[in-house]
Design a protein around this ligand. Structure first.
Ligand code: PMP
Length: 448
């Protein structure tokens, strides 16, 4: 057990972390960037402990992964038992129950009462790629529609689906063909008050004019966009897209890799509007930190693929599946959806206070424990303020608060604490954020 308390034993990063940073430089590709070079030796719930004895408050969950918290007794127990039994056979060679049980759980939990099937993979990007494969195979069509500000991964097909050049796509082309991008319903930056109707009209017009409905295999969307800036479309947008897809025989894929599994206060972000996607991709929070991802969806689509068409050596690894069953059990037993909603109730008023006091926050948004603020240097013009975002982030890190930024313009702060974080730590972290704003604003005012 790690005491749920922040400790600053050294300036960050401490001497041991600095020594490891030297080794990293000599051994690990420079292409693998690091947000906060503090090397971790243990973690539990809201605390990460580093190798210098510092204890940091975690507002990132390893990018929305450890929703059930590091150190979950259920996950540890399940993983230890499974490792002792066996670690791998390859489900495609000689299968095992845990994989089937995860698929059964996903069928129950994902939106909609229809008959479903799942296929399991190792990473979010792999799940997205396979969702596209399934949609193409089932429809016999090729085109895929993705949105501005989208993030779907770093493999070749998913880079093509991802919107932002730097750092995800830069110098890595050429990208896959038959990917079309449409505007995202981004209320804060939509030029008029009519974001919902205009964004939907632009979407349908572009599909019609540039692709043709009958050539469109799939539309993929994050119900709340993640890396692109925690952009929440207006209520009704997802429903309209889903209805349109149904009308035209287009597969509607909800990428719930970041937003799914209790993170937004519902099992899935789509539940908020009662939207039922044809296919849902999950990863991140699914397996308590073990690598596991899934495509879950309509049985007729999932079963349209020829036998052997989906898979991979490690997909649905038994240890990861055991962890997922335990994580899902924790989500249910500990009502982590309610915990996510309680986090929203605590955090949003505090973010609004900072917004009122500082006049550099243009938008406070998100749902549950997937929350963000967008920083601007001019509230009227909504000018992105990435420099201040970076400065606040740095000031949080120096105080032992692990925060993450995101956004196409690098000016969004996102909050993704483990859903099991202690209320006192959440409160302390928000106090540190307050201080970080004061420090960063002081520095920018002084020209620092
Ligand atoms: N889709 C979304 C919405 C994501 O947030 C991410 C990861 N940030 C991915 C796909 C890719 O997942 P992975 O990094 O596991 O490949």
């Amino acid at each position: 057990m790690i005491e749920q308390r922040r400790i600053l034993a050294t300036p960050l990063p401490g001497p041991r972390s600095q020594a490891l940073a030297e080794r990293k430089l000599a051994a690990v590709s420079a292409g693998v960037g690091i947000a906060l070079p503090v090397y971790i030796e243990a973690a539990q719930d809201g605390i990460l402990r580093d190798i210098d004895g510092n204890q940091l408050i975690d507002f990132g969950s390893g990018i929305a992964v450890t929703s059930v918290g590091n150190g979950s007794a259920r996950v540890i127990d399940a993983v230890q038992r499974q490792i002792a039994d066996f670690t791998h056979t390859c489900f495609m060679v000689t299968p095992y129950e845990e994989y089937v049980a995860v698929a059964e759980e996903l069928a129950k939990l994902t939106p909609g009462e229809h008959e479903k099937r799942s296929a399991l993979f190792n990473s979010g990007a792999e799940a997205v790629e396979n969702a596209v494969k399934i949609a193409r195979s089932a429809t016999g069509r090729q085109a895929v529609v993705a949105f501005d500000h989208a993030y779907h991964g770093r493999t070749n097909l998913t880079m093509g689906l991802t919107a932002k050049n730097m750092p995800y796509k830069h110098h890595f082309g050429p990208f896959a063909s038959e990917i079309y991008r449409v505007p995202m319903a981004y209320p804060y930056r939509w030029p008029t008050e009519n974001c919902l109707t205009e964004a939907f009209a632009e979407f349908t017009a572009m599909v019609h004019a540039q692709i043709g409905e009958e050539n469109t295999a799939a539309v993929i969307i994050e119900p709340i966009q993640g890396e692109g800036g925690f952009i929440v479309p207006p209520d009704g947008f997802l429903t309209q897209i889903a209805d349109y897809c149904r009308e035209h025989g287009i597969v509607f894929i909800a990428d719930e890799i970041q937003s799914g599994l209790c993170r937004t206060g519902d099992w899935f972000a789509c539940d908020h509007e009662g939207v039922v996607p044809d296919l849902v991709t999950t990863a991140k929070g699914l397996a308590g930190g073990m690598p596991l991802a899934a495509v879950t969806g309509r049985a007729d689509l999932m079963d349209a693929v020829h036998s052997g068409g989906l898979g991979g050596t490690y997909g649905g690894n038994p240890v990861a599946c055991a962890a997922a069953l335990a994580a899902i059990e924790s989500m249910r037993a500990d009502d982590l959806c309610a915990k996510a909603r309680a986090i929203e109730d605590t955090v949003v008023p505090r973010l609004k206070e900072i917004a009122d006091r500082t006049e550099v926050i243009g938008d406070v948004r998100g749902r549950g424990a997937m929350l963000a603020i967008e920083l601007v240097s001019d509230l009227e013009k909504k000018t992105p303020y990435p420099e201040l975002t970076a400065a606040v982030n740095k000031a949080c890190h120096a105080r032992g608060l692990v925060t993450l930024t995101c956004g196409t313009f690098g000016n969004v702060f996102r909050f993704l604490p483990p859903l099991t974080i202690a209320p006192e730590l959440l409160d302390e972290g928000l106090g540190l954020l307050d201080e970080a704003f004061d420090e960063a604003l002081g520095a920018t005012a002084a020209g620092g």
